[in-house]
Design a binder for this molecule. Structure first.
Ligand SMILES: NC(=O)C1=CN([C@@H]2O[C@H](COP(=O)(O)OP(=O)(O)OC[C@H]3O[C@@H](n4cnc5c(N)ncnc54)[C@H](O)[C@@H]3O)[C@@H](O)[C@H]2O)C=CC1
Ligand SMILES: O=C([O-])CC(=O)C(=O)O
Length: 341
């Protein structure tokens, strides 16, 4: 029925602003773990439209999961969709995966911090990582679940224990911070936000989110330092802005699905052998005291091919970095201790 999926298709596709040829297409299997949720469903919808995805496995514990898969399978795009419900079907979902994207877990309600999600989400990510270690040890894992700063160390420790850890293959998804920074700068500068290039470094919560506004291209049209600081705060608190606006109905889902699909697409373009594929991600790092840190990385056939660092920071950004490090160290330790207790 979906035989097109297995043949190389010569065409040019555009997704999330990235143009790429699908000639010499490899068949990539992508898994979404947490696929029935607020992020999972629109993320799956976007991935179903990506010509690099030929198999899309949707995993969740929610009863609706097989139905979400059937629904998406009626789209006339090549990816074959399968639904997998409950822990006993997780192994089949991840088997032969190239990329496992994980938005499984609970989101924030107003008044909560991302760290408040740790107790619930830590075991969810640990168990999914454990199943990936056993059934798809070569897969790349892209972790959306919060708190990202601690979830990436959890997955990494699980893979280490299983003897299959490759730091190039575990990424914390911080793409939404970059997307937001570009959206806000586009608005300020009166330009198309997709033309804005802005690194956001550090981690993915409050003070650990460091938009490097001094490196924005085009330059941010704000001369006043007070306004730069206000924009920095807005980017750091943008997740909370959404949580408050949804008033108990969850956190960012649609913008996160967009950002997650962009990161997934970049990972697949790297796996396919495309050169100069660069995105920010939270990865194993020796650039600072923090053993995991987000900044631009080059993606390739093995995942993270090269850590591109974060270049020159101005005096204000150096202060932001100083404030971020203790928080990152604490978050990383919490994650590592959870697995090694
Ligand atoms: N990295 C980032 O930038 C962002 C991260 N997030 C995080 O993403 C996570 C998901 O958010 P939403 O999709 O809005 O939540 P949601 O509650 O709408 O969906 C979560 C899904 O995970 C599933 N789930 C729960 N336990 C599971 C398990 N053991 N195995 C598989 N699936 C399981 C649920 O059944 C549900 O379908 C939250 O932790 C949230 O904080 C949200 C926005 C941005
Ligand atoms: O704020 C939250 O809880 C969800 C999230 O990580 C974001 O929107 O950046």
């Amino acid at each position: 029925m979906f035989s097109r999926a297995l043949k190389p298709v010569a065409s040019v596709a555009v997704q999330n602003g990235a143009k790429f040829s699908t000639t010499s297409q490899k068949n990539f299997k992508v898994v979404v773990a947490g696929a029935a949720g607020g992020i999972g469903q629109p993320l799956a919808l976007l991935l179903k439209q990506n010509p690099l995805v030929t198999r899309l496995a949707l995993y969740d514990i929610a009863p609706v999961t097989p139905g979400v898969a059937v629904d998406l399978s009626h789209m006339d795009t090549p990816a074959q969709v399968t639904g997998h419900k409950g822990p006993e079907e997780l192994a089949a979902a991840v088997e032969c995966a190239d990329l496992v994207v994980i938005p499984a877990g609970v989101p924030r309600k107003p008044g909560m911090t991302r760290d408040d999600l740790f107790n619930t989400n830590a075991s969810i990510v640990r168990d999914i990582a454990d199943c990936v270690a056993k059934n798809a040890p070569k897969a790349i894992m892209a972790i959306i679940t919060n708190p990202v700063n601690s979830m990436v160390p959890i997955a990494s420790e699980v893979l280490k224990k299983a003897g299959v850890y490759d730091p190039a293959k575990v990424l914390g998804v911080t793409t939404l911070d970059v997307v937001r920074a570009a959206a806000f700068i586009g608005e300020i500068n009166g330009v198309d936000p997709t033309t804005v290039k802005i690194p956001v470094i550090g981690g993915h919560s409050g003070v650990t989110i460091i938009p490097v506004l001094s490196q924005s291209s085009p330059a941010v049209k704000l001369s006043d330092q007070g306004k730069i600081e206000a924009l920095t705060k807005r980017i750091q608190e943008a997740g909370t802005e959404v949580v408050k606006a949804k008033a108990g109905g969850g956190s960012a889902t649609l913008s996160m699905a967009y950002a997650g699909a962009r990161l997934a697409c970049a990972v697949l373009r790297g796996l396919k052998g495309e050169s100069n594929v660069v995105e920010c991600a939270y990865v194993k790092s020796d650039l600072t005291e923090a053993s995991y840190f987000a900044n631009p990385v080059q993606l390739g056939r093995n995942g993270v091919e090269k850590n591109l660092g974060f270049g020159q920071l101005n005096a204000y950004e150096k202060e932001l970095l100083k404030a971020a490090i203790p928080e990152l160290l604490k978050n990383i330790k919490t994650g590592e201790n959870f697995v090694n207790k």
